[in-house]
Write a new protein. Structure first.
Ligand code: BDR
Ligand code: CA
Length: 313
């Protein structure tokens, strides 16, 4: 089993990624850290705890609160995408579970120092906590097994602005630090659109099922599906964060992942958060990022639906 730290702005699809990690026998969730992103911070903390509780692991997986705002930029969250609170607009969990004591980035540093080479970071929100951890522990990259990041829009349109994917847009300064200083496996928005999108017909079995996970999925995606219909002309649901977790559960999912030099535009303006991927090797930047270009889509969808239907990804 792989030991995993999940850094998350828990709303919508983050919950599904956490469920995958919690329910898969291939992964052991070590701890969660929460980062400013999708919705108001305190909702995200509760959403994460609720999700762990649903999976029956709330006692085993501590939740640490991390950065409540990006490194430099002003903070804006996106209630309009996931619904108020981040779980579809009607569910506002109040678990009564205490957060773990300590600051998220510190918890990451302490955990990787305790188990050098053994932990994988699955980063499914803006990269603020990871950049802060890196500043506290410059050897972070040497101390982890792998850093998996959902973010960026590789030579394609972004979802937050035409130039940028949401996680990179929210904290482009942090994304820049992380892409420059760590060897990352990157799963971007374009790959999500191509291969980690469940169409309406694929969602039917989930809608019909009455398992707790399938019901939870229906509840949290209702609002997002309406939003997607408006913005993208389709009510299919995208699963970027679950895709990141699935590649940790089953590394063979990844079919093509060449290494490229990746940098991020941190400047305010039209290209804030733009992920520059040097596919042609034009710059002299180091090609250190594993950019996942294709995955076994059918297998990913099976893992995902097995989780929702049988609680067993
Ligand atoms: C990313 O933004 C968030 O809304 C999703 O959870 C995912 O991490 C996709 O751009
Ligand atoms: Ca996320």
């Amino acid at each position: 089993t792989r030991r995993v730290i999940v850094d998350t702005d828990t709303a919508g699809d983050d919950t599904q990624a956490i469920l995958l990690g919690a329910l898969s026998g291939a992964v052991e969730l070590e701890l969660l850290t929460i980062v400013a992103g999708n919705v108001e911070f305190d909702y995200q903390v509760e959403n994460a705890k609720y999700t762990l509780e649903l999976a029956g692991v709330a006692d085993e997986v501590p939740v640490y609160e991390g950065a409540r705002r990006p490194l430099v930029k002003e903070f804006e969250h996106v209630d309009h995408v996931h619904g108020a609170g981040g779980l579809g607009g009607e569910l506002f969990p109040d678990t009564g579970i205490e957060s773990a004591e300590g600051y998220g980035p510190d918890a990451i540093v302490e955990a990787v120092r305790e188990s050098p080479g053994e932990l994988t970071l699955v980063c499914i929100g803006p990269l603020t906590n990871i950049a802060l951890a890196l500043r506290r522990e410059p050897r972070l990259g040497e101390l982890v097994e792998e850093v998996v990041v959902m973010g960026g829009a590789v030579n394609t349109l972004g979802n937050d602005t035409p130039s940028a994917e949401f996680n990179f847009w929210v904290d482009p300064d942090a994304a820049k630090v992380v892409m420059r200083e760590l060897d990352v496996t990157l799963l971007d928005w374009g790959l999500t659109m191509r291969q980690a999108t469940l169409e309406s017909d694929e969602l039917e079995p989930i809608e019909e099922a009455e398992t707790p996970y399938a019901d939870f999925f229906d509840e949290i995606t209702a609002h997002l599906r309406e939003f997607s219909e408006e913005r993208f002309g389709s009510d299919a649901t995208t699963q970027p964060d679950s895709l990141a977790m699935a590649t940790v559960i089953e590394p063979d999912l990844v079919e093509e992942a060449p290494r490229y030099h990746v940098d991020v535009d941190e400047r305010e303006g039209l290209t804030r958060g733009y992920s520059m991927v040097d596919e042609l090797g034009i710059t002299d930047g180091e090609a250190r990022t594993r950019v996942v270009e294709s995955i076994d889509e059918a297998r990913f969808k099976t893992i995902f639906t097995d989780m929702l239907l049988h609680g067993d990804p």
